[in-house]
Design a protein around this ligand. Structure first.
Ligand code: GLY
Length: 368
């Protein structure tokens, strides 16, 4: 078992620990984090159906909330209200802890409920998907969607700890498992060339979900994400690099009505970013090809679906949180493992013409 300490200004003074291993999801490991606090366990029907909760004894006095249906449809303020009112009905105090077990939507809701219950209580994240283990469980982003947009309600609320048991990834279906690995590729591209080479040479081990490989993958991800979040916990500047591939990716995700998975859209967004880098003189075709090779080996899409119009994408990215004066700002890399920083900024204005050209090329020809 590997233990990392994250020094993010956190609920607990001095930061929190992330435990990484295979088969570590035991009562005694969870007890290390929750001690004698009362627990509200928040999970969803997919995690329950996969049997991940079976091995976890819920001590007496603890409550359980299973989100149904699982996924984005339930990621709204009503679900959070229901969690909070269940805690209130059970007379749970400020010394309680919410334990969120599941993917990104469970973590976002568990974290948000913890952040607002009685002005804030502890939360322990136990991520069970490739996306949440690589990305969303670390760094304290929490929130739920409004009827109009994703994460309209939300805040930063750092957890008390994170337990990453890579064995839980064996319960995922192939598409969910593979698409979530794109967040790992993103980390490698923005921060660590050696990690990128690790991914290039270990695709086969990743595809068979080899446990030692997954433990190394998790350790790379956590170190990279923690280092970024420690420096910029509330995304004032540097943390924007974690949005690499997400600006165009999110637009595709919205325009496809979520028929493509988040990671699949980020894959498309990463290719688009790489083509933009070529056009503005900080990237090469050879670099784009190396990235595309990894994405194709993970069976990820590298073409923008026809249903996403150029105007539709441009309209959404103009309204992206990083845009200034409706000019899109994108996280970019200047080489594999090195995000681009110019004038002390980590997100860069890109002319709409260049973005349009790249989207048109990726819609018409793609790079497969
Ligand atoms: N998922 C990007 C971030 O946590 O900032």
């Amino acid at each position: 078992m590997e233990k990392l300490h994250v020094k993010v200004p956190a609920v607990e003074a001095g930061g929190y620990d992330i435990l990484i291993g295979g088969g570590i999801l035991t009562d005694s490991v969870i007890a290390e984090f929750v001690a004698d606090r009362r627990v509200m366990l928040v999970s969803d029907e997919n995690v329950e159906r996969a049997g991940i909760l079976d091995g976890i004894k819920v001590p007496s006095g603890c409550e359980k909330f299973i989100i149904s249906p699982a996924g984005e449809l339930s990621k709204n303020i009503s679900t959070v209200t229901a969690v909070i009112e269940k805690m209130e009905a059970a007379a749970m105090g400020r010394d309680s802890v919410i334990v969120g077990i599941g993917g990104g939507t469970v973590g976002d809701m568990a974290g948000f409920a913890a952040a607002i219950y009685k002005r804030g209580i502890a939360v322990l994240h136990i991520p069970t998907t490739t996306v949440s283990q690589a990305d969303s469980s670390i760094g304290g982003k929490t929130g739920v969607d409004s009827t109009m947009s994703k994460n309209a309600y939300g805040c930063f609320w750092q957890p008390r700890g994170v337990i990453i048991d890579v064995r839980t990834l064996k319960t995922l279906d192939e598409r969910q498992y593979r698409s979530g690995l794109v967040e790992s590729l993103k980390h490698a591209l923005i921060r660590d060339a050696e990690y990128f080479e690790f991914l290039e040479t270990n695709v086969a081990n990743l595809l068979i979900r080899d446990e030692p490989t997954l433990i190394r993958l998790a350790a790379y991800n956590c170190r990279i994400k923690a280092a970024v979040v420690e420096q910029d916990p509330t995304e004032k500047n540097l943390r924007r690099i974690l949005n690499y591939g997400h600006t165009i990716g999110h637009a595709v995700e919205t325009l496809c009505d979520y028929t493509l998975y988040h990671g699949e859209c980020v894959a498309i967004g990463i290719v688009a970013a790489s083509m933009i880098e070529q056009r503005i003189g900080i990237g090469t075709r050879e670099r784009t090809n190396r990235i595309v090779d990894v994405l194709l080996a993970l069976s990820q899409p590298v073409r923008i679906p026809a249903q996403c119009s150029i105007d539709g994408i441009i309209d959404i990215i103009r309204r992206d949180k990083k845009s200034v004066g409706a000019v899109p700002r994108l996280a970019l890399i200047e080489q594999i493992g090195k995000a681009c920083c110019k004038d002390s900024q980590w997100a860069h204005p890109v002319s709409t013409d260049i973005v349009q050209e790249v989207i048109a090329e990726l819609r018409e020809v793609g790079l497969e």
